[in-house]
Design a protein around this ligand. Sequence first.
Ligand code: SF4
Length: 92
Amino acid sequence: MPIVNECAVADCAYNRDHTCHALAITIGDVDHAHCDTFLDSPSKGGDSAATGHVGACKAAECRHNRQLECHAPAITVGYQENNVDCLTYAPA
Ligand code: SF4
């Protein structure tokens, strides 16, 4: 599974020091590559010893997406306006 290289979303429950600690995140709706795992919470979750990976991606129109799975070597997550998005998304 592709690693989440960096995530700028410090408010997320799974984020510590700009690193994602959810074992497997889900990206997307079909029409927008947002991080579906983002949880705005002051309490922290995830596995602090692990780095996040992309478990599934519903952004089917991304060039890295095949059969609703991400095949990029790694992704970056961050803010895009007010959305928490996969910044590695690229239209096919
Ligand atoms: S790079 Fe594309 S396929 Fe991979 S998680 Fe981001 S939007 Fe989905």
